[in-house]
Design a protein around this ligand. Structure first.
Ligand code: PLP
Length: 421
């Protein structure tokens, strides 16, 4: 390659990468397939199948119902692990159960019940992940409240100044993502929390694209409420249960709407009436998916070993490499970086704008053997998960993308919609 970005420089970055050895801790079926979608579904940790096999054979198979003496607090135990490893939360503030959408519903509903009387508006970012808006639409409709979707820049995200201007005395709750799912734009949680507090309201954070990618400090940033996925950068597997966080000091004041027996104080006393547990357990509902929870232990082992700070540093450098190579190779072919260029303002994924992004993402996957994804309206999203993505993977992926661009290979690709993009 005769240009300013030779492949051996990427090899050098790998040779000096303190996380390089962790790639072997993941199952990689095909070394030639470049996976840049770890922000959608993280890879399978190599230790997970044997661990699940043990839980299934010994926990379920041998010990049967007696295993519940241990399983009963796994939502809490794994929540505490996650709190310490990736969330900067204290013990007893995080529980793992249900999906992110359901946890959003539970915490948003609880927060609206506790909001100061007379406040009738919920504020969301118009460009946030759809499920967040849908859940809040349902809640505000049912309560005769107003959902206000703040417009935000597709590439750079919401600016704290815009948010501050929107925080009037009618706001009952603000729902925001720390890292935008499309652009990767990052919001400063401490700044936003302070602004919300000054306006007499609280923020419910969605951390789905942040957790396991950037250091989150829920305690230090004064966060009250948060939810997030465990199947993206946390590698918990498809449909892995999500987490919820409620600041300790708030827990006794919040009541979630789904009154199930796992949220009940002394659940095995089987009392006639619902009396919520005094702690974070009150945000649980029913029997947790033990096998899916179990998969989080080996996944968190790898993240523990890496340390989120090192993951963050590598994530920023992988993103910078995507941006540098886009500028050097792809701009002449109509691509544009559609994410913040400043690595401090961005999570671990980068989006590229191109009018043919849908067909390009398909050509890249089938002909280039590079898995990224397409996000509406015209973005190719690349998420190089630092635990297992090499710098040379990014270099090769961008080289294959350049080849597809030069050959206009997408012109042969269909652009009809499909169920999953
Ligand atoms: C991935 C993602 C979700 C997914 O929610 P599920 O209930 O797990 O389907 C929610 N919010 C955001 C911001 C996401 O990125």
């Amino acid at each position: 390659m005769s240009d300013d970005h030779p492949r051996y420089l990427a090899k050098e970055l790998d040779a000096n990468d303190p996380l390089a050895h962790l790639r072997d801790r993941f199952f990689v079926a095909d070394d030639d397939l470049i996976y840049l979608d770890g922000n959608s579904l993280g890879r399978l940790p190599a230790a997970t199948p044997a661990h699940l096999d043990r839980v299934i054979r010994h926990g379920w198979g041998d010990r049967l119902v007696r295993s519940w003496t241990s399983w009963i607090d796994w939502s809490r135990r794994i929540g505490d692990r996650l709190a310490a490893t990736a969330l900067g939360a204290r013990e007893g503030e995080v529980a793992v159960s249900d999906s992110t959408s359901v946890n959003l519903y539970k915490l948003a509903s609880a927060a609206l019940d506790a909001a100061p009387a007379g406040r009738r508006t919920v504020l969301v970012d118009a460009e946030d992940f759809p499920t967040d808006r849908y859940v809040l639409q349902g809640l505000t409709d049912a309560r005769g409240m107003t959902l206000r979707a703040m417009p935000s820049d597709l590439d750079h995200g919401l600016q704290p100044g815009e948010l501050r201007a929107a925080l009037d005395g009618d706001i009952a709750l603000v729902l925001l993502s720390a890292v935008n799912y499309r652009s990767g734009a990052l919001l400063d949680m401490a700044t936003v929390n302070t602004a919300a507090r000054e306006a007499g309201t609280v923020v419910l954070w969605d951390l789905s694209h942040a957790v396991g990618a950037i250091p989150v400090d829920l305690d230090g940033t004064g966060t009250d409420l948060a939810v997030g996925c465990t199947y993206k950068y946390l590698n918990g597997g498809p449909g892995a249960p999500a987490f919820l966080y409620v600041r300790r000091e708030l827990q006794h004041r919040l009541r979630q709407p789904i009154q199930g027996w796992f949220g009940q104080r002394d659940q095995f006393r089987m009392a006639a009436d619902y009396d919520p547990a005094p702690d974070v357990d009150r945000f649980l509902v029913g029997t947790p998916p033990i096998l899916a929870l179990a998969a989080l232990d080996p996944a968190l082992d790898v993240l523990d070993e890496a340390g989120v700070d090192r993951v963050r540093e590598k994530g920023q450098r992988l993103g910078q490499l995507i941006i540098e190579l886009t500028d050097a190779w792809l701009t002449p072919h109509g691509f544009r970086v559609a994410s913040p260029r400043d690595p401090r303002r961005r999570g671990s994924h980068v989006s590229l704008h191109h009018p043919e992004a849908l067909r390009i993402s398909r050509a890249l996957a089938t002909q280039g053997r590079v898995v990224g994804d397409f996000r509406t309206p015209d973005r190719l999203r690349l998420g190089p998960a630092p635990l297992y993505t090499r710098f040379v993977d990014v270099w090769d992926a961008m080289d294959r993308l350049r080849d597809i661009a030069e050959r206009r290979a997408w012109e042969q690709v269909a652009d009809e919609p499909c169920r999953v993009t």
